[in-house]
Ligand binder design. Structure first.
Ligand SMILES: *Cc1c(COP(=O)(O)O)cnc(C)c1O
Length: 459
C-alpha cells in the first residue's frame, strides 16, 4: 500500500480479546495498591499494554493451525524438523538447538565459550546477555558507535559497532581472551536501532583477521533487515529474506528469542557451526532445558515458530510494523514531546528527564511519566532509567545516563485507533507535566529493583 497516507494493518481480525475499560478512580486505586510499580498491576487493569514487545504479539491463523500440527514426541518430533528447516532456510548454520527463550540460549553459549578472564565485545549487550556473560566471570564490553549513545543524534544505523574500537580490543586482547564477538540486531538497549550490512561485513572482516568467531544476538533480525532494505543505498530494493540470509552467512552462530521476530509467544534457539561447542551446548541443554529436539518447548511451540519465521520476513508485514512504530513516534514528536530519534523498530522512547526538568533523576522522572500514563489512560509503558539502572551493588544510588519511558509495540496486536488513543494520553500527560511530582522508593530488593520496588508519590 505504498503511496497512500494511511497505514492499513495487513491483516484483519478473526478472534478478539476484550479490553476492560477502566475509570480513572479505579486506576488510581489499582496504582496505589501496586505501590506505584507498573509491573505489580494485573494486566486486566491495563487498557493498552506497551510494557514489552516480547512474547506479547498476536499469532496468525496459520500459526494457530500449526499448533494443531504440533507433535509431542519426546525425541525426533516432526515439529522439531520443521522448526530446524525454517531456521536453516534463513540462517545457514549447522547446529540448531531449541531453547525455551533467548536467555537460555545465552546462558548455554556463554557457559560453553566464556569464563573468568574472558572478554565479550558487543555493540550493546542486552541486560540478560550482559548478565549471562558476567555470570561466567567474563567481562562484557559495549562498543556501539558514539551516535548510538546520544538520544537526539540522527544516524541511519545507530546500532553500528565502532570498528576501530573493536579492532583495538582484538589487537590488545587477542583470541585467547576474546572467545567471540557479538552483534545485537536491532540494538535493543540502544533504542532498537539497526546495524548496517556494511558494518556487519566490517565486523566479520576484523573477526576473520583475528580468527575470532562472530555471533548475532538476532532477536529482531527481520526488523533490522527491513531498515537495511530501506536505508542502506547499496542494498536498496533487495528482498529482506535475501538480506537475512546474508546476515546469516556472515556469522558463525546466533542466539535468538522467538518471542520477538519468531512471532511466537515463547521459544528461542542457539545455532552455530562449531561441532565441539555444539556438543557441549547440547550436553548442558539436556541438563537444563530438555532433549535436543525440543529444548524446553512443546512440539506445538516449535511449529508456531516455524510458521512465524515464514511470516516475519514478508515485506507487507515489515513495512506495516516499522511504519506503525514510526507513526506513534512522529505523532508524539509533533506534540513537542522529546523522544529518542530516529524511532527504532519496536518501540518509542519518551525522554522523561527532558519532559520533567523540575524532577531530579533521583526522584525518578521516568517512573513519574510512566505512572501518569497509566493513571491518565490505562497505558502501561516501562521506565528505563534511574529506577532500572540507578542502584549499585554496594547500595549507593546515582542517576542513570538517561531517564526514558519505553512504549514497546506488541506485534500485530493493536490497531491504529489504539495507537491514536495512546498519542492522546501522552498529550494530556505532557500538558500536565509541570504539575507532576517525582516519587520516592519505600521498599526495594538488593538487585533488579524495578520489578518489585514500592514507591510513594512525593507531595
Ligand atoms: C529479549 C532479548 C533477549 C532475551 O530473550 P528472552 O526471550 O527474553 O529470554 C536477548 N537479547 C535481546 C536483544 C533481546 O531483545
Amino acid at each position: 500500500m505504498q503511496g497512500f497516507r494511511t497505514i492499513i494493518e495487513p491483516f484483519r481480525i478473526k478472534s478478539v480479546e476484550p479490553l476492560r475499560l477502566t475509570t480513572k478512580e479505579e486506576r488510581e486505586e489499582r496504582l496505589r495498591a501496586a505501590g506505584y510499580n507498573l509491573f505489580a498491576l494485573h494486566s486486566e487493569d491495563v487498557m493498552v499494554d506497551l510494557l514489552t514487545d516480547s512474547g506479547t504479539g498476536a499469532m496468525s491463523a496459520a500459526q494457530w493451525a500449526a499448533l494443531q500440527r504440533g507433535d509431542e514426541s519426546y525425541a525426533g518430533s516432526p515439529s522439531f524438523y520443521r522448526f530446524e528447516a525454517a531456521v536453516k532456510e534463513l540462517f545457514e548454520l549447522k547446529h540448531v538447538i531449541p531453547t525455551h527463550q533467548g536467555r537460555a540460549a545465552e546462558k548455554i553459549l556463554f557457559g560453553v565459550a566464556a569464563g573468568p578472564g574472558k572478554i565479550v565485545p558487543n555493540n550493546t549487550h542486552f541486560d540478560t546477555t550482559r548478565a549471562n556473560v558476567e555470570a561466567t566471570g567474563a567481562k562484557a564490553v559495549d562498543l556501539v558507535i558514539a551516535e548510538g549513545k546520544q538520544p537526539s543524534a540522527r544516524h541511519p544505523f545507530k546500532g553500528n559497532m565502532d570498528l576501530a574500537r573493536l579492532e583495538r580490543v582484538l589487537s590488545d586482547e587477542g583470541r585467547e581472551r576474546v572467545p567471540l564477538v557479538m552483534v545485537t540486531v536491532t540494538n535493543n538497549s540502544g533504542g532498537g536501532q539497526p546495524v548496517s550490512l556494511e558494518n556487519l561485513r566490517g565486523v566479520r572482516e576484523i573477526c576473520d583477521r583475528h580468527d575470532v568467531p562472530l555471533f548475532l544476538d538476532a532477536c529482531r533480525f527481520a526488523e533490522n533487515a527491513w531498515f537495511i532494505h530501506e536505508r542502506e543505498p547499496a542494498e536498496a530494493g533487495r528482498p529482506v529474506k535475501d538480506i537475512v540470509r546474508e546476515m546469516g552467512r556472515l556469522v558463525d552462530g546466533m542466539t535468538m528469542s522467538a518471542k520477538k521476530d519468531g512471532l511466537a509467544n515463547i521459544g528461542g534457539w542457539l545455532a552455530l557451526d562449531d561441532d565441539a561447542w555444539a556438543e557441549r551446548a547440547r550436553n548442558v541443554l539436556i541438563l537444563t532445558e530438555g532433549f535436543p529436539t525440543y529444548g524446553g518447548l512443546a512440539g506445538r511451540d516449535l511449529d508456531a515458530i516455524a510458521q512465524g519465521l515464514t511470516e516475519v520476513v514478508r515485506h507487507d508485514y515489515l513495512r506495516y510494523r516499522i511504519r506503525s512504530t514510526q507513526y506513534l513516534g512522529e505523532a508524539i514528536a509533533k506534540l513537542g514531546v522529546p523522544i529518542v530519534e530516529p524511532v527504532g523498530g519496536h518501540a518509542v522512547y519518551l525522554d522523561a528527564r527532558a519532559m520533567l526538568p523540575h524532577v531530579p533523576p533521583l526522584a525518578y522522572p521516568g517512573q513519574a511519566i510512566a505512572t501518569a500514563l497509566y493513571l491518565e489512560g490505562g497505558v502501561r509503558g516501562c521506565e528505563i532509567g534511574t529506577v532500572m539502572f540507578g542502584l549499585a551493588p554496594d547500595g549507593s544510588e546515582s542517576p542513570a545516563a538517561m531517564d526514558l519511558v519505553r512504549l514497546a509495540i506488541p506485534r500485530r496486536t493493536y490497531t491504529q485507533s489504539h495507537i491514536d488513543f495512546v498519542v492522546e494520553v501522552v498529550e494530556r500527560v505532557a500538558a500536565g507535566a509541570s504539575e507532576l511530582r517525582g516519587l520516592r522508593i519505600v521498599e526495594q530488593p538488593a538487585a533488579l529493583r524495578h520489578f518489585s520496588a514500592k514507591f510513594e508519590p512525593l507531595s
